[in-house]
Design a protein around this ligand. Sequence first.
Ligand code: NAD
Ligand code: UDP
Length: 337
Amino acid sequence: MNTVLVTGGSGYIGSHTVLQLLEQNKNVIVFDNLSNSSLESLNRVSEITGKRAEFIEGDIRDTDALGDVFSKNDIDAVIHFAGLKAVGESVEKPMLYYENNVYGTLNLCNVMAQHGCKNIIFSSSATVYGDPAALPLHEGLPTGQPTNPYGQSKLMVELILKDICNADNDWNVVLLRYFNPVGAHPSGRIGEDPNGIPNNLMPFITQVATGKLKQLSVFGDDYNTPDGTGVRDYIHVEDLANGHLKALDKIASKAGLFTCNLGTGQGYSVLDMVKTFEAASGQKIPYVIAPRRSGDVASCYADPALAAKELGWKAEKGLKEMCEDSWRWQSNNPNGY
Ligand code: NAD
Ligand code: UDP
């Protein structure tokens, strides 16, 4: 698995993964349409590693552009991050989400098959479990009903990739179900740079801390959780990125279809996050209790045992480091890249 195509590689999780791939001396090609990222992330990855990924600006829905990449390079595997991820926007623009995330992936797989590359790692999400049937969430549980088109697109792609694998034994597919990625590279040079007002908790908190946003709204304090606020499994983006390197090893062992959670196994509430962030950053985070956000579940955290057993992977970084690194990135780059 020496030459790796990383779709969406200039984005948040992609850039952290590209950094680790370069550190392992992989030959990395990034394919991204820059719809939700900046090339500056990869410039900074080069600055940190002293190595460079090849960058191609292109869209995964563009068959010719993808074909060109595969014709010119002997690609061993694809790590497929490219996709749109804003839950609210997906409700407003479902066709855009299905076309980008579902059709885009189908197009990518077609081009891969035409060029004899049948190894892919896909960015799925814990959202495919829907309302948790049991906690912690383990891979043996049935997938549920995601509450928005973004989540549906992830579930649809999982089903498509499973069928592709069932029909052709040459395919090796790793479906990685991410829990809640936060944090940044400890240098503070690369990190999460959302467009507009953040939907996710951590970037919202860090922007309150810089003064860009006035206060945090805590969506509901009447859930059946220890303090009434929603509980999630926050995972440091560097640990998450490392899971992809382990998944490449799994692919090299010709494992066929493999589905795996990437989480820590530890749930924290919204108020735990606020308190830990305040301690890590020295900044006060004013908040108000607001109504529940529609589509949210009370608690969601992983059983990470399968990743430990089959990938030899375990999250190493705790909540304090996640908060410190998120804050270093945000305070050094208050306006992002
Ligand atoms: P991101 O938006 O930072 O990165 C996605 C990248 O894909 C961006 O650089 C964007 O420009 C690119 N892209 C989008 N559509 C494209 C297209 N049609 N062609 C080429 N490039 C395209 O998001 P991220 O947080 O790094 O997420 C990476 C992947 O992980 C996504 O598929 C996302 O759905 C999934 N995921 C993210 C989270 C999370 O909370 N961040 C959780 C679960 C799953
Ligand atoms: N949340 C919140 N205020 C915000 C954003 C998020 O209270 O401004 C809560 C949300 O209700 C959930 C948790 O923080 O309980 C994580 O939300 P996020 O959107 O980051 O991730 P999700 O698990 O929904 O994908």
